[in-house]
Design a protein around this ligand. Structure first.
Ligand SMILES: Cc1ncc(COP(=O)(O)O)c(C=O)c1O
Length: 450
């Protein structure tokens, strides 16, 4: 490894970072995170902070899970790679598919298709949903419905169903046939509705209207996050996902639950769909499937979809889709170890308790700091804080102030993430009560610096 001077000198010179402008990274070089232990990260200057981001909503087990690390290391020596394209498999892939299926049994998921991450998983779900309808004799069902404020990754399919325009505009034209419904976002919505249950009803009515307009027989699938993450931690009313499920069923539309963030305990339940009492037709996961230690994702399907593929009579059920790293042996070994650790540590239970602590603590901070316009969370370890410069007018806070808050929070002991004018938090699910208090006092310092 080169010395620290080399690293600082070359920081962001040769590397273009995702989700940022190259020139901005020249002006304000990224923090170089050199090490981590438990739920704390340490930068190149030796400053440590509680990682309230969990890497990127993914390091669910914290940074020190040796069971997962050792499983990865061992597998590298046994078999570092082999293709899983039809015709060959490998032992950890078979074991991982069994473990994932068991983990999501209560969600009705019975088959798994491994990918390299969340965007790949979403792409897989969108493609398979079209193929499902072709196989069952309804090839006109090609369109997709989704929610504004949703985030479904950055592939062209995923970006097309994304509901935030900053991930879209530079890359247009996107996939035709994608239509967006309002988000269950009580703080801002086109109905001016602050009651979450009524807002859910309004969105359901908008969905019925859109389906009637498009023609149900043209729509393949509806994709949603059970709790919208990157869009600002938008928690819907408890009735919302069930309402969407019922409409999808009535119109023959597949429901895809995008659980890339909410899967594996983050919501306080093992899946976001389970949290709301819904069984989707397909699920997409990544992140917590390996606690971020190895890039793996998965698209899962339930029996309704599996039966159509497995009992096909048309000869068109070949899945001509997949990735070099689908069912990667090292990734699969990481999945097996990670799921076993996730269950052993019962991370969902700690996520629920610590999530409530974090949410309640931030709501208290909102009484003190006028720049806090809205606080969202209370369902596991996902908390969003929307900052405004004028509370009555709900004017989004400017980026310079957001960056000031971010830096002061970091210096006071917690790394948080900015998503536009939102502060987003998704710490490891293993976090302790004292570490949540550290995040809260760091945020207090951060808001005071605005
Ligand atoms: C809900 C959701 N779907 C998809 C993705 C894309 O996953 P990835 O960044 O692994 O491609 C993300 C990433 O944050 C996500 O939050």
């Amino acid at each position: 490894m080169k010395d620290d001077n080399f690293l600082k000198e070359n920081n962001a010179r040769h590397l273009w970072h995702p989700m940022g402008a190259p020139a901005d990274s020249h002006g304000t070089p990224p923090k170089i995170i050199k090490g981590a232990e438990g739920v704390k990260i340490t930068d190149i200057d030796g400053h440590s902070a509680v990682d309230a981001v969990g890497g990127l909503w993914c390091v669910n087990l914290g940074y020190s899970n040796n069971v997962v690390k050792e499983a990865i290391a061992k597998q590298l020596y046994d078999l570092p790679y082999y293709s899983a394209f039809a015709g060959t498999s490998n032992p950890p892939a078979i074991e991982a598919s069994y473990a994932v299926r068991e983990f999501f049994d209560a969600d009705g998921m019975t088959r798994v298709f491994f990918t390299s991450g969340g965007s790949d998983s979403v792409e897989t779900a969108l493609r398979l949903s079209r193929q499902y309808h072709r196989l069952r004799g309804e090839p006109t069902r090609i369109k997709f419905l989704s929610l504004k404020k949703g985030y479904h990754g950055t592939h062209f399919g995923g970006a097309s169903v994304n509901g935030n325009n900053r991930f879209r505009i530079n890359y247009e034209p996107l996939l035709p046939g994608c239509f967006h419904l309002p988000a269950p976002y009580t703080y801002r919505n086109p109905f001016n509705e602050t009651d979450p249950a009524q807002l859910a009803q309004n969105i359901a009515a908008a969905m019925e209207d859109e389906i009637a307009f498009q023609g149900a027989n043209t729509i393949a699938a509806f994709i949603m996050e059970p709790i919208q993450g990157a869009g600002g931690v938008i928690v819907p009313d408890a009735s919302f996902m069930r309402l969407m499920r019922e409409i999808c069923d009535r119109h023959g539309i597949l429901m895809i639950s995008d659980e890339v963030i909410t899967g594996f305990g983050r919501s306080g339940d093992w899946s976001g769909a389970r949290h709301w009492g819904v069984q989707p037709d397909m699920m997409t996961v990544a992140k917590g499937i390996t606690s971020g230690y190895f890039p793996v994702g998965a698209c899962m399907v339930g029996d309704k979809v599996a039966d159509v593929f497995e009992n096909d009579q048309t000869g068109e059920a070949g899945i001509f889709h997949g990735y070099t790293y689908s069912a990667h042996p090292v990734g699969s070994a990481a999945v097996v170890a990670c799921l076993s650790e996730t269950l052993r540590l019962d991370t969902k239970t700690n996520a629920a308790a610590r999530g409530t602590q974090l949410y309640d603590g931030v709501r208290k901070l909102a009484e003190k700091h006028d720049i806090i316009g809205d606080v969202r969370g209370g369902h596991g370890l996902m908390t969003g804080i929307e900052l405004v410069s004028d509370k009555a007018a709900k004017t989004p806070m400017d980026m310079a102030t957001m960056k000031k808050v971010h830096e002061a929070t970091y210096q006071a002991g917690a790394m948080v993430r900015l998503g536009a004018h939102n502060v987003l938090m998704s710490p490891p699910l293993t976090i302790s009560e004292a570490e949540v208090n550290t995040i809260l006092s760091a945020l207090d310092a951060g808001f005071s610096a605005a």
